[in-house]
Design a protein around this ligand. Structure first.
Ligand code: UDP
Length: 380
């Protein structure tokens, strides 16, 4: 299947591209490269990459129908895209507070353009006057039955849409009260998907990720954020000598050791879930039962580890020590975020392959060491 992967040059998106290729699908990456890395797509994954913005409707149209000039000579030339995995988003919580417009424009506004384009394309492919009415124009939306089915989309959402949990583990039914613009931008897209499903028959899966971590076990894909704010890569930077010390943001939380508890999920396991989610949507369509509401799944291991436990596990995996200082709490950090992920297990047959924190850190460390070697040999 030909799949458009927005944000496929980023951390989770690049692992999903690999999972798609391994499952026999043909990914095409659209990425603005603000945080993504083009060599990962072109050299490591070896799939077509078009650089651009998800909010560019003309570009989207050309990618969806295979007419974009950069698709010449690829499996996508003149062939329509059959599904979309939508990862492209900005994801720095602090920046979303200081510059919310950037987050709403990119994460929400551009996604609206993407969804409108998917629906308009289905309508355009419908013979007769039904093709004349588009979402976003005034007037009554047509009955969903009257239009051709839009292609399915899998959307990357986040446990940040739950806000401060009322109880853990967090099920998909837990109330959503996001506490920052990043979380709200993702929550708003979830609402769009509900409305577009009901009105236009847009089939979708919403995955709410807990803490993505680790790296492809092959060691050639991994986490490379600039700036880096995530715990595990920062711990490994300190252990590898790239940073002087780690700050532990708060040790007075109501948890056994006082540090925050998170549910770390291997990025390759997240990637696998996307293939399963997509395949479920396609099966439902083949059966003539396309969902009119998004299929929503938490993706986590269901086990929480404290910051202190992450540090101890990293010490055991790497054999290195770590200088850490306790710093004030970081604004907006709930004490505990742990997923109830039984729905993804039972409905998708998803079984995380690397649920152990030690395996997650081992893979992250292997990637970290390899990336360090590459940057050293590039400098030398
Ligand atoms: N954390 C920390 N020091 C750091 C970075 C993160 O103590 O330098 C803590 C953070 O407060 C949270 C946990 O590690 O409790 C995971 O944070 P991360 O930013 O990796 O993911 P988040 O849970 O914010 O998505």
């Amino acid at each position: 299947m030909r799949v458009l992967v927005t944000g496929g040059a980023g951390y989770i998106g690049s692992h999903a591209v690999r999972a798609l290729s391994r499952a026999g699908h043909q990914p095409l990456v659209l990425d603005n490269l603000v945080y993504g890395h083009s060599p990962v797509v072109r050299e490591v994954l070896q799939v077509p990459l078009v650089v651009g913005q998800v909010g560019d409707a003309a570009l989207l149209q050309a990618l969806l129908d295979g007419s974009h000039p950069e698709l010449r000579g690829t499996p996508h030339e003149k062939r329509p895209i059959e599904a979309v995995l939508h990862f492209a988003a900005y994801a720095y919580v602090g920046e979303s507070v200081s510059d919310p417009a950037r987050y709403y424009r990119n994460n929400l506004g551009d996604t609206l353009t993407l969804l409108e384009t998917l629906v308009a394309r289905a309508r355009a492919s419908q013979p007769g006057p039904a093709g004349s009415s588009r979402p976003g124009t005034t007037g009554q939306p047509e009955a969903a039955e009257a239009v051709a089915q839009p292609i399915p989309i899998v959307f990357s959402s986040t446990c940040a849409t739950y806000g401060v949990p009322q109880q853990v583990p967090i099920t998909e039914e837990h109330p959503q009260q996001p506490i920052n613009p990043y979380g709200r931008s993702k929550w708003m897209v979830e609402q769009l998907l509900h409305d577009f499903g009901r009105a236009y028959g847009l089939p979708s899966v919403i995955f709410r990720y807990f803490n993505a971590a680790g790296a492809d076990p092959a060691g050639d894909l991994g986490e490379n954020h600039e700036p880096e704010t995530h715990l595990i890569p920062l711990v490994l930077d300190v252990m590898g000598g790239q940073r002087p010390y780690l700050q532990i943001f708060g040790d007075d939380y109501p948890t056994p050791d006082g540090t925050c508890i998170r549910d770390y999920i291997h990025v390759s396991d997240l990637a696998d879930a996307h293939v399963l989610g997509l395949e479920r949507l396609l099966r439902l369509r083949e059966r003539g039962e396309p969902p009119r509401e998004p299929l929503i799944y938490n993706l986590g291991n269901g086990t929480g580890y404290s910051v202190q436990q992450v540090i101890e596990t990293a010490k055991a995996v790497t054999g290195r020590g770590l200088l850490a200082h306790v710093a004030p709490r970081r604004a907006g950090d709930p004490a505990q975020l742990v997923a109830a992920a039984g729905k993804a297990h039972s409905e998708l047959g998803w079984r995380p392959r690397y649920p152990d924190l030690a395996a997650i850190i081992e893979h992250a460390w292997a990637w970290h060491q390899g990336a360090l070697q590459t940057s050293r040999s590039a400098e030398g």
